[in-house]
Design a protein around this ligand. Structure first.
Ligand code: UD1
Length: 366
């Protein structure tokens, strides 16, 4: 069986690491039923520390194709990807295509495949923010509509698909397999080797710091929201250092902010990220993935958005939504210091999501 995996953005490298490992394991155990996996990198994230470093560190098979479609407007980026992915699919004629999450690479991969009547597996299906101004929301709704296997990470995601009547479509397989990011966190935390720079940062700060990331268009492209968030984090950082690995786009905009205390870093690799997560007191983020990773590492999270797809974290009190309001951020930080939670109930499966995905895809005639 031949599978093409389409990735392009940082969180997708982490997700594919878990699935590629499951494929490798399957091939060792069942050489007669081996899966040939070809990785296509769209080039959406192209900086070394946003891309290459993840492949090397997480031992993801080297992409056989790099389409070099990075930057540009959403329409231009998605359109160029669609054209180039189609060429690869025509040449390789895979039995199935796997796409991850909700980026422009996800939508372009799914659309190119389905038009060639190739079955699409969507990993992280069924998530919804119910905010159609987010490019990610558009990407995920459309990808779910055209995928054959819808691999949901949670029961909430399955319910979202039920509400959209997706089950009425013929030839569709919806399953709650758990979250591949949980698989990745469980595996890589055992072998994570942080860089010298992060080790010495942690030697200096101990666990007296918060970890933060800010990169969502709704925050970075809105000057009022960005300055409110940065003012809040900068004040917090007077007492408890806020460590902020920056996304390239956010980095460009931070020059206009009055930042005195936040410790801004270049983007960090996965091992450094999980080391920061394991040691921090809590997380302030607008990232989807980091909200869950905070939970995997038993850290309270404050989400700098008006809504989240990971509603179970809010319902169980692991995460608090604050938007970009500085007063709310300060207020929640005060409570964070005393918060104690019970992390014993698994919300994202048992850490074997990737294996379940492979078993389903192998059963291609079902
Ligand atoms: C994308 C995803 C988002 C995901 C995020 C993870 C979409 C619509 N959004 O957003 O869901 O959470 O990735 O990081 O697909 N840039 C660089 N170097 C890079 C990558 C990007 O300089 O290696 C610049 C781009 O040129 C662009 C900006 O950063 O100007 C944003 O990159 P883009 O890929 O458009 O979207 P992200 O914000 O990263």
């Amino acid at each position: 069986m031949k599978i093409i995996t389409i990735v392009g953005a940082r969180p997708q490298f982490i997700k594919t690491a878990a699935v590629s490992r499951a494929i490798k394991k399957h091939n060792l155990e069942h050489p007669n039923q081996a899966i040939q996996e070809i990785i296509v990198h769209t080039g959406q994230h192209y900086d070394h520390n946003m891309s290459e470093v993840f492949f090397a560190q997480m031992q993801i098979p080297h992409p056989q194709y790099n389409l070099r479609v990075g930057g540009g407007s959403h329409g231009a980026m998605t359109g160029r990807m669609l054209e180039k992915i189609e060429e690869v699919l025509l040449q390789e004629k895979p039995d199935a295509v796997i796409v991850y999450g909700d980026t422009n690479s996800t939508l372009a991969g799914a659309l190119a495949a389905v038009k060639l009547h190739i079955r699409v597996a969507h990993v992280e299906a069924g998530l919804r923010s119910f905010n159609m101004r987010m490019p990610e929301e558009i990407n995920r709704i459309l990808t779910d509509q055209i995928s054959h296997w819808l691999f949901c990470p949670t029961e909430t995601a399955v319910k979202n698909l039920e509400r959209e009547n997706i089950f009425e479509r013929k030839q569709i397989k919806v399953s709650n397999v758990g979250d591949v990011m949980y698989d990745a966190a469980l595996f890589y935390k055992q072998i994570a080797q942080p860089t010298e720079a992060i080790n010495s940062l942690i030697d200096r700060l101990g666990n007296n710091f918060y970890l933060s990331t800010v990169h969502r268009a709704e925050n970075t492209d809105n000057p009022a929201r960005l300055s409110s968030i940065m003012e809040a984090l900068d004040t917090i950082s007077q007492n408890t250092t806020v460590v902020l690995p920056s996304h390239p786009r956010t980095r460009k905009l931070l020059g206009n902010q009055n930042i005195q205390n936040i410790q801004i870093l270049e983007p960090v690799d996965y091992f450094d990220m999980i080391t920061l997560l394991s040691n921090c007191r809590g997380v302030f983020t607008d990232s989807g993935g980091l909200q869950k990773e905070a939970y995997f590492f038993h850290k309270p999270c404050v989400t700098l958005r008006d809504e989240t797809e990971w509603v179970e974290l809010i319902e169980h009190g692991f995460n608090t939504l604050v938007g970009a309001d500085k007063n709310r951020i300060w207020e929640v930080e005060t409570n964070l210091r005393n918060s104690i939670h019970d992390y014993s109930k698994p919300l994202y499966g048992e850490g074997n999501a990737a294996q379940k995905i492979i078993e389903n895809v192998l059963d291609i005639n079902q």
